[in-house]
Design a protein. Structure first.
Length: 363
């Protein structure tokens, strides 16, 4: 039964019929309510459409001029690096420690098979002294990461004017090489440095200016004199001046607690398994891996995701093209080096093909 309001008793008077004058048309209360609700919902929907359109226009306008840094917050590919590395590195294992530690040289049960740079045979005494003033631990900030997303930053010319700085800084771990500067190049190379690999001849950088306070300074030892140089520097002893192809710095203001000595095992893996170099070579034809390729090997053993930037050299015919983003040295300077850059380029391309690495800059 439909209930009408009190006003339903009002009817026209004076004998008028339905056509003789206007008649008040009454609606049931429920229909009136439904009609009101419809109007309110319609107005609300129109309001939401207007707001959405305004936001859409603003976002669309912003996107025309805003280029966000590459996001690296993808699902962590845990275990993928290990699976793919086995295809390239025989007997691949993450069991080896990253850095040398003092306790391993008090009682040496299994002496190293090789001399530097592939082992520590014959350098144990000076290494004992050096390890007594440096550290070996991996910082807790790295250990507690559930996924270690790493960027290995080369020193290549292609980083110049690349605007890659924000992208590089977004990684959990950023590994840099030798004396490559950060100060003044932040827009292209970033400012974050988790580790810096170096050797004495490449230590011509200000450790406190070109790195973060927590940066690990990782010595890559090529010869016994490298141990002697670092020990003398940190203990403020008489400096070692002989045995270097280029004079290393005589003053180097580094905190010994941030200094590490890289395990020569990684140099061995890089040389023998990535470049197929013999561990014992004639002195006249010696070849060694670059610090850059060594850093990639280290990252493969440390990280769950490895991206590289600033790797690659100019075409061999282009002798005037500079090879670094921060100085005017050309490929001609590599002629007398002990590095085979073409061989290394093939090794990196192989890793890219296997999906071990991703390249952030063209290679």
């Amino acid at each position: 039964m439909i209930h009408f309001s009190l006003f339903s008793s009002l009817q026209p008077t004076g004998g008028h019929n339905e056509t003789s004058g206007p008649r008040l048309i009454l609606l049931p209360p429920r229909k009136m309510i439904n009609k009101s609700r419809g109007k309110i919902l319609g107005v609300l929907a129109l309001f939401l459409v207007v707001v959405w359109y305004a936001i859409y226009r603003e976002d669309g306008y912003t996107q025309l001029f805003y280029f966000p840094a590459q996001e690296n917050k993808t699902t962590c590919p845990l275990g993928e690096v290990e699976k793919k590395a086995v295809q390239l590195i025989a007997n691949y294992s993450r069991e080896q420690p990253l850095f040398l530690q003092l306790k391993d040289y008090f009682w040496v049960k299994t002496p190293s098979l090789y001399e530097l740079p592939y082992g520590t045979k014959g350098s144990e005494d000076v290494l004992l002294r050096l390890l007594s003033i440096t550290h070996y631990s991996v910082p807790e900030s790295i250990q507690r990461l559930k996924c270690r997303r790493c960027a290995v930053v080369g020193n290549g010319h292609r980083l110049r004017n690349s605007s890659m700085g924000e992208t590089i800084d977004a990684y959990d771990i950023v590994i840099r090489l030798n004396n490559a500067p950060v100060h003044g190049y932040e827009q292209d190379v970033g400012s974050k440095t988790t580790m810096r690999l170096f050797y004495p001849e490449s230590a011509h950088f200000n450790p406190r200016r070109e790195n973060n306070p927590e940066t690990l300074l990782v010595l890559v030892p090529f010869k016994p004199a490298d141990f002697q140089w670092l020990e003398a520097i940190l203990n403020d002893k008489k400096r070692v001046r002989k045995g270097f192809w280029k004079q290393p710095p005589l003053i180097w203001d580094a905190d010994p607690q941030r200094v590490r000595v890289l395990n020569p095992y990684f140099m061995e893996v890089t040389a023998a398994k990535l470049l197929n170099l013999p561990m014992k070579q004639p002195r006249k034809v010696k070849q060694k891996p670059t610090t850059g390729l060594l850093a990639i090997t280290l990252a493969l053993h440390l990280c769950d995701l490895v991206h590289i930037a600033g790797f690659g050299y100019p075409d061999l015919a282009n002798k005037k093209q500079t090879i670094h983003y921060y100085e005017q040295i050309t490929l001609k300077s590599m002629a007398a080096s002990e590095h085979n850059v073409s061989h290394e380029a093939m090794a990196i391309k192989r890793m890219l093909e296997l999906g071990l690495l991703k390249n952030l800059t063209y290679f």
